[in-house]
Design a protein around this ligand. Structure first.
Ligand code: PLP
Length: 415
């Protein structure tokens, strides 16, 4: 890293930050827990846990409904969280921040509202070979129900998206590009800005799956100029069951509601119902109030460290881990893109990933094994599973060294 600002930020004490995360300070199978499954979900800092507890202990009530004091306090905290999210991704307005259950829910909202409402049979949605199932299946459902066509951008053997092939898929029929920012299976970073500009040039809209990105890199939806951006709280050191859909105001304004119920309406009558204004139009029913307030706390925590510092630190950690892991006999890394973030998927000759995962767990090391909800990309590499170590800023070189030692030990037992 040559950027002096980033260097200066290294003053942050990444070596000891794990002390803020209670779950990380325990032993598993008699060993110090080394948690390397952050791609699936991240642990929560004490600050987030305290915020959620405090909310339940002091201000808990339903939001938007009551005029009583607790309901007003809960509503204030809930709406303050919306402002925190707006600032975090640099959206223009709070009306563009819709709280959802997570990334999956956010993508389905776009599919079932924006796409279902305005696409004609034969209209095309472009995704990539390395999407999470959450960004594949909602479009396949619409292939069956409204006749849209799904096009898939190929990747090369390094797990890099082929931009030239993407350009060839673009046509007057393309209505939406739905693309991940970082692949959860491979760690590849997609050339997002270039793709967004190319899609816009032919009049298509762009939805970004940011589930793997928000904890590792700064996101500015206005600089990206994406039309929709989806992410989950639980991969961002925040509670489960809460996520965000960002959408440009004029698009959200024109879209029909996704679900009907309380809070999303102004007036309900049997002669016709009037929908609420943004963002409430898309938030039917009682939301995950504590989750949303916890998400704001998780974002504040991350912002205090700074995503530039986090990105630089994790970049070095990934390089260190890659180099150390490649010293292991018979180990092959799946996903060797030049631009990568925080994920190391691998296979070892003659060793099944699930056996490896079990033996690592016996040594206190948590990794994920399997297809990582990305079966098409596994098929591309001709495999059915990888072992995946995925990093967060609380991981250290000592964690990597423990992983390498444990893999070596497991391999010696399995071979
Ligand atoms: C985890 C993940 C999802 C799904 O997120 P949920 O929180 O399970 O809804 C979607 N896309 C990517 C890239 C992911 O990593």
């Amino acid at each position: 890293m040559t950027n002096p600002a980033v260097k200066a930020n290294f003053a942050f004490d990444f070596e000891h930050v794990s002390a803020d995360f209670p779950t990380l300070n325990q032993e598993v199978s008699g060993h110090r827990l080394v948690y390397l499954d952050n791609g699936a979900s991240t642990q929560k800092p004490q600050a987030v846990i305290d915020t959620v507890t405090d909310f339940y202990e002091t201000d808990y009530s339903n939001v938007h409904r009551g005029i009583h004091t607790l309901s007003q306090r809960a509503t204030d905290r809930f709406e303050a969280a919306r402002e925190t999210v707006r600032d975090f991704i640099n959206a223009e307005s709070e009306t563009e921040i819709i709280f959802t259950r997570g990334t999956t829910d956010a993508i389905n909202l776009v599919a079932q509202s924006f796409v279902r409402d305005s696409f004609e049979p034969g209209d095309e949605v472009i995704i990539s070979m390395m999407e999470h199932h959450s960004n594949i299946v909602p479009w396949q459902i619409l292939e069956q129900t409204i006749g849209l066509k799904l096009k898939v951008i190929p990747i090369n053997q390094n797990g890099e998206l082929l931009f030239d092939e993407f350009e060839k898929l673009l046509s007057a029929k393309t209505k939406l590009l739905a693309i991940t920012q970082i692949s959860n299976a491979l760690g590849s970073i997609t050339p997002l800005k270039k793709m967004i500009d190319a899609a816009h040039a032919i009049g298509a809209k762009v939805l970004v799956d940011g589930a793997q990105a928000v904890a590792h890199t700064e996101v500015d939806v206005r600089a990206l100029d994406c039309d929709f951006y989806a992410f989950s709280g639980h991969k961002l050191f925040s509670p489960t069951g809460v996520g965000v859909l960002y959408g440009k105001h004029e698009l959200l304004e024109a879209m029909p509601p996704y679900q009907g119920g309380g809070d999303m309406i102004k007036v309900v009558s049997f002669s016709g119902t009037e929908f609420n204004e943004l963002p409430h139009k898309f938030e039917a029913g009682t939301p995950n109030i504590a989750g949303v307030i916890g998400l704001a706390s998780g974002i504040n925590y991350v912002q205090e460290i700074g995503l530039q510092a986090i990105q630089a630190y994790e970049h070095e950690l990934l390089e260190y881990a890659t180099q150390k892991m490649l010293e292991i006999d018979g180990l092959r890394i799946i996903g060797t893109a030049r631009e990568k973030a925080s994920i190391l998927s691998f296979q070892i000759d003659g060793v099944h990933a699930s056996d490896l995962g079990t033996l690592l767990d016996h040594q206190g090391i948590a990794i994920r094994v399997g297809h990582h909800c990305a079966m098409p990309v596994m098929e591309f590499f001709g495999i059915d599973a990888t072992a995946r170590a995925s990093f967060a800023f609380y991981n250290t070189r000592a964690d990597v060294d423990a992983l390498v030692a444990a893999v070596n030990k497991a391999v010696s037992m399995l071979k």
